[in-house]
Design a protein around this ligand. Structure first.
Ligand code: 6PG
Length: 468
């Protein structure tokens, strides 16, 4: 069976091996290889134990794998983002034939994907940048898959991709988003939303823990209860589980973990691309900043000793916190979709926001009950393309904003940092204020630099009295 297999996968780390098993499980024959022989052998054993060995051909080196595959080949790369992808492309291009395809299934900066697509396609090959979300369990059992490349390339891989993807009510959570970097861009924004959602969950946890004196296990139960309501989502579900787990008897697992968050770049890329397009995604920015600040542990320890600010007790109900988190989550999604729509215009991708929401309903990390409503909102008529103006979301926000306001105000008063929740509120308050205060900014710009402004009365004079 493997002699005719045209599909290969290189990189058998956690995600790569899970994806490879998923492909085999779905009846596709597959060649695999990895930098280290032991990893290849261990994967071969794992596949044999799972009864999948007859469809697998494992190779100790890349050249042997390519030689064993008849053309047209498609080779999935599951290697770390950045330099390793470029090195793999450099090694693969001379080994491949003109009808072959390279698929980068890791997270990638979409600018890199665009550059790589151009280079690989100039060599006569096909390149696909494919975002895969869902962590190890998703890769193994069905991830959400965001594909960027030509329509022809998508048509060729579509049956395999749809077979391995998660399903939501019978519909595969995989789609073709557009050319070159479109798939990786959408995956990047998915991760930006993921960062914001995680940060706001952590902020609410902090209020319950440090402001209300609840123990982690008790907070875990609150998250589990919230997972049955409008906040139903993978991230709320796992938060409940995490907070109830113990590192040792009587020691909450979270208390054994250093409060320094890691980040591999996707959140930062989301913010960078948003800003480059004249957009802003404040909740995502706040989440990226919170992770960066968290990494400066010695600095924070110095600050704590110097200022001795002890956040005070806070009086909030679980229902208020639930509603505040709901409002914040709506804003995070809304800001994410704003970036997607801006990029769609900028790069002429014709992204379909409803379809993106649909493929995020299962398999991916940000899957949540809200995504079905988001898909419906984008399928309906939407004022200015803004999710927060869709009737269902405007109503949800009007209900939940008082809670967000109360939570943010009390947290600020008591000295608890809630930067993402506050920024979500700032966004809604700004976007619902018909006349803001940038008239003053315009006046200042004109005063010091004669930059000019538009007049409320439509008059032609573009400069203030300070120039007369
Ligand atoms: C996913 C995840 C996945 C990965 C993140 C983690 O959608 O499956 O987002 O891509 O877990 O890259 O990113 P950080 O290390 O930046 O948190």
């Amino acid at each position: 069976m493997t002699e005719t297999a045209t599909l290969g996968l290189y990189g058998l780390g956690t995600m790569g091996s899970a994806l490879a098993l998923n492909i085999l499980d779905n009846g596709f024959a597959l060649h695999v290889s990895n930098r280290s022989d032991e990893v290849v052998d261990a994967f071969g054993e794992e596949a044999a134990t799972a009864g999948l060995a007859d469809r697998l051909s494992a190779h100790h080196d890349l050249d042997a794998m390519v030689r064993a595959m008849p053309a047209p080949r498609a080779i999935i790369l599951m290697v770390p983002a950045g330099g390793p992808v470029d090195s793999m492309i450099d090694r693969l291009v001379p080994l491949l034939d003109k009808r072959d395809t390279i698929i980068d299934a890791g997270n990638a900066d979409f600018n890199d994907t665009r550059r790589r697509t151009e280079a690989v396609e100039a060599a006569g090959l096909t390149y696909i940048g494919m975002g895969v979300s869902g962590g190890e369990a998703g890769a193994r059992n069905g991830p959400s898959i965001m594909v960027g490349g030509t329509k022809e390339a998508w048509t060729a891989i579509r049956p395999m991709i749809e077979a391995i993807a998660a399903e939501y009510q019978g519909s595969p959570c995989a789609t073709h988003l557009g050319p070159d970097g479109a798939g990786h861009f959408v995956k990047t924004v998915h991760n930006g939303i993921e960062y914001a959602d995680m940060q706001m969950i952590a902020e609410v946890y902090g209020l319950m823990r440090l402001g209300m004196g609840h123990a982690p296990a008790e907070i875990g139960k609150t998250f589990e209860a919230w997972d049955q309501g409008p906040l139903q989502s993978y991230l709320v579900e796992i938060t409940g589980k995490v907070l109830r787990a113990e590192d040792a008897p009587g020691v909450p697992a979270v208390d054994a973990i250093l409060d320094k968050a890691g980040q591999k770049g996707t959140g930062r890329w989301t913010v960078i691309e948003a800003v480059k397009m004249g957009q802003s995604a404040t909740t995502i920015e706040a989440a990226v900043a919170a992770r960066s600040w968290s990494a400066e542990k010695p600095l924070r320890e110095t600050g704590a000793a110097l200022f001795e600010l002890r956040p005070a007790a806070i009086d909030l109900t679980s229902a208020q916190l639930e509603q505040a988190l709901l409002a914040g989550r709506i804003v995070a999604y809304a800001q994410g979709f704003r970036i997607l729509l801006a990029a769609s215009d900028e790069y002429a991708w014709s992204l379909d926001p409803a379809r993106i929401a649909e493929i995020w309903r299962a398999g991916c990390i940000i899957r949540s009950a809200l995504l079905d409503d988001i898909a419906d909102a984008f399928r309906g008529s939407l004022s200015h393309d803004q999710l927060i103006f869709a009737p269902a979301f405007a109503a949800m926000l009007q209900d939940s904003l008082p809670a967000l306001r109360d939570v943010a105000a009390k947290a600020i008063e008591a000295g608890h940092p809630v930067p993402a929740l506050v920024s979500a509120l700032g966004f809604v308050d700004t976007m619902t204020q018909a006349r803001g205060t940038t008239d003053l900014i315009q006046a200042q710009r004109d005063f010091f630099g004669m930059h000019g402004f538009d007049r409320v009365d439509g008059g032609k004079d573009r400069h203030g009295p300070w120039w007369r």
